[in-house]
Structures are given as C-alpha cells and as structure tokens.
Design a binder for this molecule. Sequence first.
Ligand code: GMT
Length: 379
Amino acid sequence: MKIGIVCYPTFGGSGVVATELGKALADKGHQVHFITYSQPARLDFFSENLFYHEVSVSQYPLFDFPPYELALASKLVDVVRFEKLDVLHVHYAIPHASAAYMAKQILATYGIRIPVITTLHGTDITLVGRDVTYKPVVTFSINQSDGVTSVSEYLKQATLDHFAITNEIKVIQNFIDLNRFSLKPKDHFKKAIAPHDERILVHTSNFRKVKRAGDVIRVFKEVSSKIPSKLLMVGDGQDRVNCEQLCRELGIAENVRFLGKQEAVEEILSVSDLFIMPSDSESFGLAALEAMACKVPVISSNTGGLPELNIEGVTGFLSNVGDVADMAKNAIYILEDEQRLETFKENALKRAKEFDLSLVLPVYEAYYKEVIERTKAIV
Ligand code: GMT
C-alpha cells in the first residue's frame, strides 16, 4: 500500500506512535509518506520505502496566525495526487483531521477518492478538543473520517461521552518495538548515577501540566527519606523549571538529575528500578509501556487508560491523581525488598510483551485494507 501519515513531528506520544508505525510499515514493504512541518524526531535515517514531505507555511505580514491547516491541506492534495496514495492516516485530530477533510474535498474535484483514517491520541479529545474553540470542528472531522481509531477503550468512551459521534471507533492500543526497548547492559552508567547501589527512579515526559511532574518530585522526597535512591527526570517542557525549583525547596536537588530530551531513552530505562507517572489525564501511557519493556515497574495514577496497561499489584500500583502519599507508600513497598522488586520487574516485561509491535502492526494493515475497500465500494 501507499500510505500517507500526518503527525506532530515532536517528542510527543502521538508523533512517536505515528513514526514507529510508519517505519514498521515501510519495513514490511509498504511505501510510507510522512507529511508534516519538520522531520519527525525518530525518522533520522534512510529507507527506500520512507518519504518525507515538508509542509512550509508562508509568513505573510498580514498573518498574525499563519494558517498551517491550509498549508497542510494543500500539501496533502499535492502528495496524494502525485504519489498516488491509497490512504491518509492522520494522528491527533487537531488540526490534522480537518485538514485531511478539506484535502479530501479538493481531491474529489480531481476525481480522486482518498480514504482518511483519524487516530485519536489523548488531549485532542480529553483537553484541547473538548474546548468550545475546537469542539464543532473536531466532532465534524471525526464523523467525516472514513475510519477512526483510539488508543484505548477509555479514550473511545471519552470520545463518545463528550462528542456527538456517529462514526464507529476502533480501539488499537499503543505498541512497543521490543527490539529497541529492552534491557540494555549499561552497568557503567548505573554506577555513575548510583555509585552506592542506590535505587533509581525515573520519569520521562514533555513536562506539560497534565503530567504532574511536581508529584514525581514529591513522591521521590518520601521514597528517598526511607530508601537510598536517585531520581532521573528525562524530557523538557514548561514545568521543568518549577520541578528544579521544587527539588531545591525540598532539599533533594543533589539526588535528582534533569537529563533533558534524550534519544536513547531505553538506555536510561535500562538502569532504572521504578517509573513514576502521576498524570492528571493519560489516554494510554506510552512512556510507561516503554519503561515496562525495559523491565521497569510502574507507579502511576489510575486515570484514563492507565488501568488498561498497568496492573495493580502485578506490574506496579495505581493511585488517585494527586495522592502522593499512596504513590510513595507503594513505591517503597516495591523497592524495599530485592526479591519483590525482581518479581515486579519480570511482570512488567511480561505485560509489555502483550503490546509487541508484531501483534499490533497486522491490525493496522487489516484496518487500512478494510477502510480502503469500504471506500471503493461507496464510489
Ligand atoms: O494527548 C496528548 O498529550 C498528545 C499525545 C502526544 O502527542 O504526546 O499523547 C497521547 O498519546 C500517546 C500515544 O498514543 C498516549 O500514550 C498518551 O497517553 C497520550 N497523552 C495523554 O493522554 C496526556
């Protein structure tokens, strides 16, 4: 198949899923065209089946807000026509689904019927999309898509609860490439971070408010008062500076390392004992799955789709959002006993294997075929 993928080319979860999916489809022989405003973060290599089309937005003096959506729609028309794509798969509804809808209408005037699949990832439904600023457009463009997927049962239900949806939504959960995300021998790195064999806790995110990174610091404060430990904070974003300040106020700065954005996250996870994800809202929790694939158990909130991934008392524990005391208590329970920690680690890996890319990829391929066939039948 010739597949067009639209996504945010950043470090966010939806961009990661889109990029990893595209790479895997290309490995299987499909021709994959990424259409976005800059090279996706994990697409920095050559493959004969992978193509990248940059959307450039002109900066006319009249534009206080350059219209990216129009530039994207125009680019989609161009790429679909000249590369003869079979399907467009857009990740994150805003503004990708409505740009694809516009492109679809324009392409129809050339006699081209391109099926559009929209994948809902999270805040496009739970936060931003629900705001009146975007809601009518999000609702319309979901209903006008030829196929719609969501990354968890929770997100599907949230979409049905908060939008007037007439379309079917198929749940295809996040997946993991176990070749990349697996335990790597990084003993020298572990020694450098924890020279006295301290436990290592880790958090990876884009430090948006929704991630509640401050709670990670507070949980760590409690844990480190009972168990010698270090905390690695990976990623960057608006809340990072507040977290750094909080570490100083709590007197734990010397045990916390802020590593910024990192490419080889799997190497950091490989030296870690516990992953902390206290999010306010999380439609699936890809970062937690990446940790679990590297044998790291998870202390998380019980919000959104996290209970579909993290199993209470087996792969980690789940607490109410903001319940730092409960998270710290559970973290200490896992970390204080070597044998118990090892059992949780084994369980985390076993669970991660259920989301192996090789199991999820055929589901996407079959769905593409189904939507393409259905669209042909309508014409
Ligand atoms: O909704 C977002 O925050 C955007 C999105 C992203 O691009 O970072 O993240 C979401 O998509 C991931 C991949 O499907 C999910 O694993 C994350 O749980 C989800 N984030 C949230 O729901 C906060």
